[in-house]
Design a protein around this ligand. Structure first.
Ligand code: FE2
Length: 376
């Protein structure tokens, strides 16, 4: 890979002090969880599996837990203006509060990370109900975002103690979303390296790839990005910061509307991106638009691919190749009024990278949206 520093695992310490089994869930703080839950069920094909709120003994919040294959999303709203959840939404708009990681031992995860400088959000807490026991702990990461460590090996309930099992009130048709591939954070000017160091030192992650502002720039805007990954590669966090350009980069726009560092996009894997994306379009999901001439020399750039080029063009899906294979990807427009959080749908055919060959076309697509919003 040109301009890319790939670090082999051989260079890294052998003992993983924070073994992760994967992403446990992503929790969003939103203005109206009831309606957001409807959107994720109807548009994205998630099943409602659990609920907590006044009916289950919670005085000041409501949470809906949604699931599709291995992905769990939690949508939470506060019920009073002084609730920390409502305050979070007031400042940031709808956004990701919790990136929860699935661990064997939540007390040990807490101890290992806090002794390396992780800032405590919640000490290990044991919660029980008739379905067993869960241990949860949490530390702070960038902005007001937190990492929860969830230990659920002794639990058989729908989600966590305090939640009751729930079912979607209508028939849900999944769209083929399988698991969280990576979650990207946007941080402030000059802060990328500080957060990469946090993931390396506090969480034992490895630096996987570096993209400088030469890799990620158009005529007008630029950003920088580094990708960190945990030991087994199940959890990958790219971290972006803005870079100087002639105009305002998408990262600055995000920071202006989120008013802090925070999660920019969540990439979700599918095994059939053409089917997934065409179904999402039928259900009203908006995607970024890349002009048709992107496809003129696509096969020259990426070589043989299994998919029909015409179908990819019809769905506006992007393709990129690295030394291990290729990947197909597409990005939604922001999923709330503020130009903050959006989704990537990704299908990997061997490639383990992030679509560097598409950055320019994508950022030009985002610039066109910024232009419309008057924020370029
Ligand atoms: Fe991504």
């Amino acid at each position: 890979m040109e301009n890319t520093n790939a670090h082999s695992l051989m260079d890294q310490p052998q003992v993983d002090f924070l073994p992760l089994l994967g992403t446990d869930h992503v929790e969003f703080y939103v203005g109206n969880a009831k309606q957001a839950a409807y959107y994720y069920q109807v548009a994205f094909g998630f099943e409602l599996i659990a609920y907590a709120g006044p009916e289950t003994g919670l005085k000041d919040q409501c949470s809906y837990v949604l699931k599709q294959d291995k992905i769990r999303f939690v949508l939470t709203s506060g019920l009073q203006p002084d609730s920390p959840i409502s305050q979070h939404v007031l400042k940031h708009g709808d956004g990701v509060k919790v990136l929860a990681l699935w661990v064997e031992d939540a007390a040990k995860a807490y101890e290992e990370t806090t002794k390396r400088g992780g800032v405590s959000f919640m000490e290990p807490q044991k919660m029980t109900d008739e379905h067993g026991e869960i241990v949860v702990s949490a530390i702070h990461t960038y902005g007001e975002t937190i990492h929860k460590f969830v230990e659920r090996k002794n639990y058989k309930g729908a989600f966590l103690p305090g939640f009751k099992a729930a079912k979607s009130p209508m028939e849900i048709k999944p769209v083929g979303l399988k698991y969280v591939d990576h979650c990207v954070g946007n941080v402030g000017w000059g802060e990328m390296n500080k957060w990469v160091e946090f993931y390396e030192k506090v969480m034992g992650f490895n630096l996987l790839i570096t993209f400088d502002d030469q890799d990620i720039s158009t005529e007008y805007t630029a950003l920088m990005s580094k990708v960190v990954s945990n030991g087994n590669g199940y959890v990958k966090f790219p971290i972006n910061e803005p870079a100087e350009g002639k105009k305002r980069s998408q990262i600055e726009e995000y920071l202006d509307f989120y008013h802090d560092a925070g999660v920019q996009h969540i990439a979700i894997a599918t095994d059939d991106i053409i089917e997934t994306v065409s179904e999402l379009r039928r259900r009203g999901i908006d995607f970024l638009y890349v002009p048709d001439n992107y496809y003129d020399d696509l096969l020259d750039r990426v070589g043989d691919i299994k998919e029909d080029l015409e179908l990819l063009k019809e769905q506006n899906i992007l393709v990129d190749r690295d030394e291990e294979g290729y990947l197909l990807q597409i990005f939604t427009k922001p999923v709330q009024d503020r130009p903050t959080v959006f989704y990537e749908i990704i299908q990997r055919r061997g490639a383990k990278s992030f679509g560097k060959g598409n950055f320019k076309a994508l950022f030009e697509a985002i610039e066109r949206e910024q232009e419309l919003r008057g924020t370029l």
